[in-house]
Design a protein around this ligand. Structure first.
Ligand code: UDX
Ligand code: UDX
Length: 445
């Protein structure tokens, strides 16, 4: 079976490489020649643990190729996956489907009869049916199947998520589409991964509802953290206990500076926009969007207030990526927080193990540092924004000695009392109270 993967971003590249690992012949197409050139040379264009090894092996064995030639690749493919981006449209937050439509038109012109067209990109309900009609109109009388196959890959563990998913969701409108999906996911099927075969519309809603629910869970625990700070509670203890209830579950209950990334912000906006458009208001998710935006601002405000109080002139920011193990900075809280600190007159020194080159293109006036300790040196305030493992092992006594001031904002609740003991740091975390040792440990400045 020959697979074409259109779009080699985070989702397309991981999926294409993993299908080759399953043993299929996969041709990955991207319209950006620079990306394709790098991939052809064996260079992995994104940072994703485990991907380089799989890409090298499958390319070497001849199962995985990269090209800019969509038409000739599609003409030979049995199954054509679409994984082009679906960014938020400016203003209304609706998903911008222009790349999906452009890809659909090109696929329609080139596909062979009985091809299976699969949309992997996150698209609002109704899109798969529209694309099916669009292709049918362009190629009247040519049989093909339309499938919606949303992805649930987390950046940083995308390969693992692809190879060991909780479930695979496929929306279909005919038996041929369902049969093709059973073949491509057969290696998982043998591992007894549940496959939900449902309608196109259900598959589309499942994707948005899953991401919206997870974003809501994060936002919920962030507000619980606020209450803990005001009342002397500890959000980690609360999260642990409520998470033990199987109906709630322990995942996605880490309080932090607000969610970011390429999916949660855009998907919650698009889901809310769809609800408004279809007159089925998703009021909880509307609130999630607003509360999360406000949270990023309020985190910056906490730091600015601490700077005013302490006379600090500079801030060391550790972590720009929206989460660890990725070089992706899309809608990262850092992109709101760093400029807010700068507009309050604070100098920012920053470090990130993987995201620096992406960050340099969007954040200006930042002093980029080679290591966390380098960033911290001379800073009045240190802010931990992304919980990279490298930061967990920082020696807090050294941190305190290197800084000109002594304030540490740990917005990911990485450090504990023992680590702070004797460091002399004035420590603020999220949703955790208390003082310990000689360090002052507080949550609300
Ligand atoms: C994906 C999904 O497509 C998106 O719907 C989901 O919500 C998140 O994950 P992602 O892989 O992160 O998006 O997108 P991006 O990294 O922007 O990559 C898209 C790639 O497709 C780019 O390399 C771009 O050059 C390519 N592309 C885009 C095409 O080849 N053709 C196009 O017409 C548009
Ligand atoms: C998400 C979904 O998890 C995945 O299934 C979907 O396909 C794409 O979107 P991703 O964006 O890679 O994946 O990251 P995720 O791990 O979900 O984190 C999203 C954001 O929420 C990050 O900014 C993260 O820091 C934040 N988060 C997550 C928290 O603040 N607390 C948590 O407990 C979990």
């Amino acid at each position: 079976m020959k697979i074409a993967m259109i779009g080699t971003g985070y989702v397309g590249l991981v999926s294409g490489v993993c299908f080759a690992e399953f043993g299929f012949t996969v041709a990955c197409v991207d319209k950006n020649p620079a990306i394709v050139k790098r991939l052809q040379a064996g260079e992995v264009t994104i940072f994703e643990p485990g991907l380089d090894e799989l890409l090298a092996r499958n390319a070497r064995d001849g199962r995985l190729t990269f090209t800019t030639e969509l038409a000739e690749t599609v003409a030979e493919a049995d199954v054509i996956f679409v994984a082009v981006g679906t960014p938020s449209r400016r203003g209304d937050g609706e998903a911008d489907l222009q790349y999906i439509h452009a890809a659909a038109d090109e696929i329609a012109a080139a596909m062979k009869p009985n091809a299976v067209v699969v949309i992997k990109s996150t698209v609002v309900v109704g899109t798969n049916a529209d694309v099916r009609d669009r292709i049918a109109k362009a190629r009247p009388g040519v049989p093909f199947s339309m499938v919606s196959n949303p992805e649930f890959l987390r950046e940083g563990s995308a390969v693992e998520d692809f190879l060991r998913p909780d479930r695979v969701v496929v929306g279909v409108h005919d038996d041929a589409g369902a049969a093709a999906m059973k073949r491509v996911y057969r290696p998982l099927y043998l591992r007894e991964t549940p496959m939900i075969v449902t309608t196109l519309e259900n598959a589309e809603i499942i994707k948005y509802a899953a991401n919206a629910f997870l974003a809501m869970k994060v936002t919920f625990i962030n507000e619980v953290a606020d209450l803990c700070e005001k009342s002397g509670g500890n959000v980690q203890d609360v999260a642990r206990a409520i998470g033990m209830d199987n109906r709630i579950g322990s995942k996605f209950l880490h309080a932090g500076p607000g969610f970011g990334g390429s999916c949660f912000p855009k998907d919650t906006r698009a889901y809310a926009a769809t609800g408004r458009k279809m007159n089925a208001p998703q009021t909880l998710i509307e609130q999630v969007v607003t509360v999360n935006e406000q949270r990023k601002r309020s985190m910056a405000e906490r730091i600015v207030q601490a700077a005013k109080r302490s006379g600090a002139k500079s801030v060391a920011v550790l972590g720009i990526a929206f989460k660890p193990n990725t070089d992706d900075i899309r809608e990262s809280p850092a992109l709101d927080i760093v400029p807010a600190l700068q507009s309050a007159g604070l100098a920012v020194r920053a470090h990130d193990p993987e995201a620096r080159s992406a960050a340099e293109q969007v954040l200006t006036g930042v002093t980029w540092c080679k290591s966390a300790y380098d960033a911290i040196e001379g800073a009045g305030i240190t802010v931990l924004l992304t919980e990279w493992n490298a930061y967990r092992s920082l020696n807090l006594k050294t941190v305190s000695q290197l800084m000109s001031g002594n304030i540490l904002f740990d917005l990911r609740n990485v450090f504990n009392e023992q680590e702070l003991e004797g460091s002399g740091l004035e420590y603020y975390s999220v949703g955790r109270p208390l003082s310990c040792g000689r360090s002052r440990v507080k949550s609300d400045p």
